[in-house]
Design a protein around this ligand. Structure first.
Ligand code: GLA
Ligand code: ZN
Length: 689
């Protein structure tokens, strides 16, 4: 199995390696540009993201354009064999634009219009702003359409935020009218009779905010959906001239992992390639391998956003990140390891923020390839060059993908709805943490996983895990039933099947539409304060062969087994003896329900049995030592196995009988290999096909 995707832009069938490049900050020092070119080659960099925040340099006064400096930068890149990931500049506008057109300034939820400053703060509805963006984007596309350096369009920068201006509020009402048709339908969907919130005229509907309404969950949810849709609409306006003038140049925008403000699953279809900015806090509060597993989860989301198509690691830091509470440096080895980790999960680029440290302003201490010292004789520069050299040997990996048998559902709207709920606990509901905990077990064993939202097709997977599937939108339960009926294994947990797509509770018993496939009724849910625990005791002779008790806590669903068999029960409290783990046979498949939040010990034992039953194969046959994972990409003929040691100590890994070739060293590898602290190897083997 395995599809080979084309390179991001077929005119450059190699890994992109480079970073955010701000030559416009150095126009007064032209010798710096020359030096940048020399250093780029030394660092094995080939792609620079330019123009992200250059609007005022490109259009110093309204309608007056100055592309001279960018022409020179583009030419210099091309002359030096490098490419531009060329940005549209909407992420930060000129002061003259804000001064002349007040409406481009964002209005905050408290209805205060912001002053000019900062970035990422435009009104996404303003016709003036859209028009100005369209003009500059059109100019850029026309000017560089035939330029040899133009490789990828980088749309804006890290879209985020919302605007509460009159224009946006009107657009929201129009969006609602399209969705609901009538106020009656809206009032019903939002359960507006609560606290006398029934609307009798469309003009009464306002976005949620601290000086107004925040308790109508249906409103909150629709506002978030609107913000995503309006951002998409704004983005489409940006993209339109580019697609028209440069149809062959791929378009992307940089996402921010699991950033809750925008549903990336809805944005993905508008882009040619997915890109994201990854800034893990290495070497701090948790072990590096715990963190690595969580980062891997996000890389996998980005691979899945376009069904397995390789993505771009658009930003990562070459050393430290200035906005973290403590800016710890990457320890030796971590730069290559974390860069190749992205590649292992499907990235066809390794790019940085930033190429050169700026001299002033808030990012002057952010990690960069080139430090204020200004030369190549630094640890960080050597680390970057090492990554560049490694990527140059990995051409064969370009376009290869991963086709896992396991999927975990992590869903943006589910997160929105759950975060809004008051009860069973306030604050963080622990949704992401739950998904990442289940994921971790697979990561430790080197089993590839897709991370998808609840809308995706489940056929092709053997195991689908949906921790805390609180919201179940129409059609989802039906797809899960079909999947299980046909032989799939589905795993659900506590607090599932509670609300519908409008955040209205299912009537007639939880887990609502999942009740049939899971075969249980969840009557109540107990939330335990941090530190308080209960235990679950496996039933004698249970089908999973579980033999010892496990500590659980946080959430305990009090369930009744209907058609399901009980595999474990609660040990104590008033619900001692009641079911805590069940399995329901449904068609030729099975659905498990884990009624409480368990630790890794339970999840490891549970999934070992489930995975073995399904004959799901890890990337490497033998068990992996602590801190090590193996992830693979395949093109159908060859598998590229990335063996990664996130432990700060040496580890030995058994490869099994198959012969491998170490792509970076060119040496054959068989039997076992030893990885140093933060060591990484990329091994090729014949694919099983
Ligand atoms: C974000 C932005 C960059 C830069 C980095 C710093 O990812 O896109 O412009 O500010 O953060 O980490
Ligand atoms: Zn607005």
């Amino acid at each position: 199995m395995g599809t080979k995707y084309p390179p991001i832009n077929p005119k450059f069938p190699h890994f992109l390696h480079g970073g955010d490049y701000n030559p416009d900050q150095w126009r007064a020092m032209p010798e710096v540009w020359e030096e940048d070119m020399r250093l780029m080659k030394l660092a094995h960099c080939n792609a620079m993201s330019v123009g992200i925040f250059s609007w005022v340099q490109l259009e110093p006064a309204e309608g007056q354009f100055d592309f001279g400096w960018l022409d020179r930068v583009m030419d210099m890149l091309a002359e030096n064999g490098a490419y531009a990931v060329l940005a549209t500049p909407s992420g930060a506008r000129p002061a003259w634009l804000s001064a002349r057109y007040l409406e481009v300034l964002r209005v905050r939820p408290d209805r205060q219009r912001s002053l000019h400053g900062g970035r990422h703060n435009h009104c996404f509805t303003s016709p003036v702003y859209r028009e100005k963006v369209r003009i500059i984007n059109t100019k850029l596309a026309e000017r560089y359409k035939d330029h040899p350096a133009l490789l990828v369009w980088h749309i804006s920068n890290e879209y985020n935020g919302e605007c509460h201006c009159d224009l946006c509020r009107e657009a929201f009402r129009a969006w609602l009218k399209r969705k609901y048709g009538s106020l009656d339908a809206l009032n019903l969907a939002w359960w507006a009779a609560f606290w006398s919130h029934t609307y009798t005229d469309w003009s009464q509907v306002e976005p949620p905010g601290p000086i107004g309404e925040m308790s109508v969950h249906g409103l909150n949810l629709d506002w978030k959906r609107f913000v995503t849709d309006q951002t998409i609409d704004f983005m489409k306006n940006e993209i339109a001239p580019l697609r028209e003038i440069t149809p062959e140049v791929p378009v992307t925008t940089n996402f921010m992992g699991t950033f809750p403000g925008l549903n990336y699953w809805r944005m993905a279809p508008e882009l040619d390639v997915i890109a994201w900015d990854s800034y893990p806090v290495w070497h701090q509060t948790e072990s590096d391998w715990e963190l690595a597993a969580r980062v891997a989860f996000v890389h996998d989301i980005n691979r899945c956003l376009k069904g397995g198509k390789p993505f771009m690691l658009m930003e990562s830091t070459p050393s430290m990140t200035n906005w973290m509470p403590v800016a710890k440096l990457k320890r030796p080895g971590m730069h290559l390891l974390s860069s190749l980790q992205a590649v292992a999960h499907g990235a066809d680029t390794v790019q940085y923020f930033q190429w050169r440290k700026s001299r002033g302003s808030s990012e002057k201490f952010h990690g960069a390839v080139v430090d204020h010292a200004g030369h190549e004789n630094t640890r960080v520069f050597r680390d970057v060059a090492e990554v560049g050299e490694a990527l140059e040997k990995l051409d064969a990996v370009i376009g290869a993908t991963t086709c896992p048998a396991v999927a975990i559902i992590y869903d943006w709207e589910n997160n929105w709805a759950m975060s809004d709920a008051q009860g069973p606990r306030r604050g963080d509901k622990g949704y992401l943490e739950a998904c990442q905990r289940h994921y971790r077990v697979f990561w430790e064993r080197g089993i590839s996983v897709d991370v998808i939202d609840m809308e995706q097709d489940l056929t092709g997977y053997k195991l689908v895990i949906a921790p805390m599937l609180y919201m179940v939108r129409p059609g989802v339960a039906e797809r899960i039933e079909q999947f299980v009926e046909a032989g799939g294994v589905f795993v659900a947990t506590y607090w599932s099947g509670v609300v519908d797509e409008n955040d209205l509770c299912f009537l007639g018993g939880f887990p609502g539409p999942l009740r049939r496939v899971i075969g249980i009724w969840a009557e109540e849910i107990d939330a335990l304060p941090e530190g308080e625990t209960n235990h679950i005791i496996p039933t004698a002779g249970n089908a999973l062969g579980l033999a010892r008790e496990y500590e659980i806590g946080y959430y305990c669903d009090l369930i009744h087994a209907e058609t399901a068999d009980v595999l474990a029960t609660y040990k104590s409290d008033f619900y001692a003896g009641r079911p805590a783990l069940t399995v329901n046979r449904f068609g030729v498949g099975r659905a498990y329900y884990i009624a409480s939040r368990s630790g890794l010990d339970f999840l490891r034992d549970f999934y070992r049995r489930v995975v073995d039953d399904l004959q799901i194969e890890p990337v490497l046959p033998a068990a992996l030592p602590e801190g090590v994972t193996a992830q693979a990409r395949t093109d159908g003929a060859q598998d590229f196995v990335f063996v990664m040691n996130f432990a700060p100590a040496e580890r030995t890994v058994e490869l099994g009988p198959q012969p491998y070739r170490d792509i970076l060293s060119g040496e054959p590898a068989t039997g076992s290999i030893t990885l140093g602290a933060y060591g990484v190897r990329v091994l090729a083997r014949a694919s099983k096909g």
